[in-house]
Design a protein around this ligand. Structure first.
Ligand SMILES: Nc1nc2c(ncn2[C@@H]2O[C@H](COP(=O)(O)OP(=O)(O)O)[C@@H](O)[C@H]2O)c(=O)[nH]1
Ligand SMILES: [Mg+2]
Length: 403
């Protein structure tokens, strides 16, 4: 299963533009409408430096692509309709949106840093809206939804605890489908001081504390300060960074990224997603408006912020927020090929802390049986089965049967 990132935020913050830019890649033309009524899923990619130059081989990727030494790893991106106030009450499709958001591995919370929407998500004069309160409003919807799950199941939890079940276990069961595990619940109870309290004595404040803690630790989220191309948006970017200094805030211009990828697709420019520059190939085919727009992106966006932020936000979500390591499993430890002779065929994303055994399980459950050790092919070194893999490890597994 690819990693799944969900785009959340108020209406008109630029989620669909971001989605269209991030899912528009080479041959595929995205023609997805800008009015989102239901969640739409699309294929995008996280990009990281490939190991093939270091190993001095030419690769034949299978589960990913290698372009100019960069590995493109497929991920799933979900564009969610703008959340409205009281969505958690289940009005309209609120419940459905929230549950899909909660099934993502991580969330990209898009805000309009230009302050160009009002509190209901209607387009307004730039500078009049407040992305800080927009962010807080949506967060509140999410927390209330987590709270509703807890409050709606009080009877059930009380009953099972009375019958001798573990409280941690019972609470985890409620949230299991949305990425909450026992460690999260244990941590939440301890950190909120609720482990000392009898569940039946929880008041609303206690439950909300617990819900809000669970939401925060189980669903990593970063803030995309979008529309950074608009004059004055940089002020809101600074405000966001200051107010939410415990989070990652990424300045972005979805609109600029979409323009660049479309121009690239038409062969007008040379540009790789996430790259910090582009080259104009056919300047004679560009009209004045296009030339000015590209010029602005070069100076106003890339000059100021280094990048448009779209690909960067995805990469940061995968590699920093979710702490994924890129692991290259191969079968032939001399040629670095798989059984079909493809060199460095697959890149697997494994969470930091995953071991050799986890890698075996990820490839095929059968491989864990009789697993003896792994070979680190960079250093020609045997690694024990409980060794925690590191980013960019190239690994072959050695089983009792194959030895
Ligand atoms: N200036 C600017 N406008 C943007 C940007 N991204 C989106 N928009 C505009 O904001 C409006 C809402 O965008 P849309 O993607 O439909 O927002 P959604 O409701 O969150 O999906 C549209 O008019 C977009 O063209 C951006 O990076 N810069
Ligand atoms: Mg939309």
């Amino acid at each position: 299963m690819p990693i799944r990132l969900g785009l959340i935020g108020k209406t008109n913050t630029g989620k669909t533009t971001f989605f269209n830019a991030a899912t528009l890649f080479s041959e595929e033309i995205s023609s997805y409408p800008f009015t989102t009524k239901k969640p739409i899923s699309g294929s995008s990619q996280a990009i990281t430096l490939c190991v093939h130059p270091e190993f001095k081989v030419k690769d034949n990727p299978n589960n990913s692509k290698c372009v100019d030494g960069w590995r493109y790893i497929p991920i799933e991106l979900i564009d969610l309709p703008g959340l409205i106030k009281d969505a958690w009450k289940g009005k309209g499709l609120g419940n459905q949106f929230l549950s899909i958001a909660a099934q993502s591995d991580a969330l990209l919370h898009v805000v309009d840093a230009s302050g160009g929407i009002d509190s209901t998500g209607q387009i307004s004069e730039p500078g009049t809206g407040d992305p800080i309160s927009d962010f807080a409003d949506i967060e509140e919807e999410l927390v209330m939804w987590y709270l509703k799950i807890l409050e709606g199941n009080r009877e059930k939890i009380s009953k099972s605890v009375r019958r001798g079940s573990d409280l941690i276990e019972s609470i985890t069961d409620l949230y299991r489908g949305i990425g909450v595990n026992k460690i999260h619940v244990k941590d939440a109870l301890r950190s909120t001081g609720l482990s000392e309290k009898d569940f039946d004595d929880y008041d609303m404040t206690d439950s909300k504390k617990l819900a809000s803690y669970l939401r925060r630790i189980s669903k990593p989220t970063l803030i995309v300060a979008n529309k950074i191309d608009v004059k004055g948006a940089d002020k809101n970017f600074d405000r966001l960074r200051e107010r939410y200094n415990d989070m990652i805030v990424i300045p972005a211009s979805g609109d600029s990224e979409l323009s660049l990828r479309r121009a690239e697709q038409k062969g007008l420019i040379r540009y790789s997603p996430g790259s910090e520059q582009f080259d104009i190939l056919k300047s004679d085919e560009l009209n004045k408006k296009q030339t000015d727009a590209l010029d602005f992106i070069k100076k106003g966006i890339m000059g100021e912020f280094m990048r448009t932020g779209v690909q960067f936000a995805i990469n940061i979500a995968v590699f920093k927020l979710l702490k994924m390591n890129s692991i290259y499993p191969v079968t032939n430890d001399k040629t670095l090929a798989d059984k079909k002779g493809r060199i460095l065929p697959d890149l697997l994303l494994l969470k930091d802390g995953a071991t050799v055994k986890d890698l075996a399980r990820e490839i095929h459950t059968d491989l864990t049986k009789g697993l003896l050790y792994a070979k680190d092919l960079r250093y020609n070194l045997r690694l024990p089965v409980d060794y925690q893999l590191r980013d960019r490890d190239v690994i072959s597994l050695v089983n009792a049967s194959k030895k």
